[in-house]
Ligand binder design. Sequence first.
Ligand code: CA
Length: 531
Amino acid sequence: MRLTTATAWTGALLAAGAWALPEQGAAARGGDPAGVASRPNILFIMADDHAEQAISAYGSRLVATPAIDRIAREGMRFDNAFVTNSICAPSRAVLLTGKYSHRNGLRDNRDEFDGGQVTFPKLLRKAGYQTAIVGKWHLKTAPTGFDYWKILIDQGEYYRPVFLENGEEVEEPGYVTDLVTDAALEYLEKRDTSRPFALLYHHKAPHRNWMPNVKHLEPYAERDLPLPETFWDDYAGRPAAAAQDMRIADMYLSQDMKLHEEVYGEETGTGGLASFPAGESWKRSYARMTSEERAAWDAHYGRVNRRFAERRPAGRDLTEWKYQRYVKDYLRCVVSVDENVGRVLDYLDEKGLAEDTIVVYTSDQGFYLGEHGWYDKRFMYEESLSMPLVVRYPKSVPAGQVSDSLVLNLDFAPTLLDYAGVEVPADMQGRSLRGHLEGRRPADWRDAIYYRYYEFPHGWHDVRPHYGVRTARHKLIHFGGDMDVWELYDLEADPHELRSVYAAPEYASVRAQLHRRLESLRRELGDDAGS
Ligand SMILES: [Ca+2]
């Protein structure tokens, strides 16, 4: 059942009985024998493509994010948090199931999520929690395990987005990040206060094509941002890095740069998928704004268009111009996300809920903000392998902690179940972070993580399928598809991963150890070989 044809499947859902009333929790049945009411509330906040480089708690040089920083300051920041497959839908399937892509069946953005499988919201709901998701879903099939859902269809729109509210289509005027937050607050306001809640509050922003709220257009208007050190990477010795189509230099002049057709003339960007009708797509996005929004938009971008028409940047000059345009819009979207996270934190304070609520802020993966000359994600290199992760729970998590343990998005489901007092199914592949959060790091914590990316040759950006292992210091990657290439990085000597030392004689023993570790991880996790 696909979500893209909303009206068709709404009927099917009704027929299938998906509208049955939520199960009643113990507390609602009278009394509280299971102690449900004393369990923590869960507010799980996930942004889309929000890189650590754009969060001030992680030392960003680019933007201030006071609300997200507050969660970090009042709880724990994880500095080595990673995803198992750096792309939108697969990351969300890992979150729900606590299982790798090869086990939950969703390997790339083309796959559909099997909603019949066990997920942590289903288990929480069975245990008496009221469960809800608002905002980005992106798993094609209808949500299961939630009492309430109000989701965007596919990627969603920045302006006047269309939501599916428990199956019913609702188009709402305004800006998506504000509207998703309104939905979250409305849900909290209407909830049953006798039972704990688990709310997944998922932003679309700052996903491509980075359309800011018109009230946030002025920041960065008159100042330029610094280029990352690796911006002009030549990809020497890294054929998969050289072969991708995700360079800022190749971004669309229409959809990404928001130039008008009369200014750019002919689209010269490949944008990650040369056959994509970028100009038409941009016109449709622009047309979604109200006349007032459009007037504010044009007041700012009209100037950008005029300056572009006067200067006509080309070559490296054009690439640097694109970088400024891209990253500024990205950061403006982040400003709105942070402002809205602040609204929700304020709500928890006002209602006296902060003490009893676990608040998680994370993203479905990291992102390139010009490092290696790129935007997008997918690669097992640090910027996209990483995800920001900060967690606050005043009742049991001391403030001001930082962890450098290797943690994964696989660990979310076991952690939240653990805190809710629900048994973690044996076939979930992550581990609870509770010990870390409460200052008791388990002695047998993992010393290596396994990664695998699949989307090739279909889909966007031409990143070759690859898998690998990362330890605290080293990373071994195998690129397949139309290649057969191994890379090895020493993250201490080469933190930007510019020089593969796979063939270097002095790394022979490290290489052999990593190969063994990779094979043992694959056996342990039940992933077969193959590229
Ligand atoms: Ca994403």
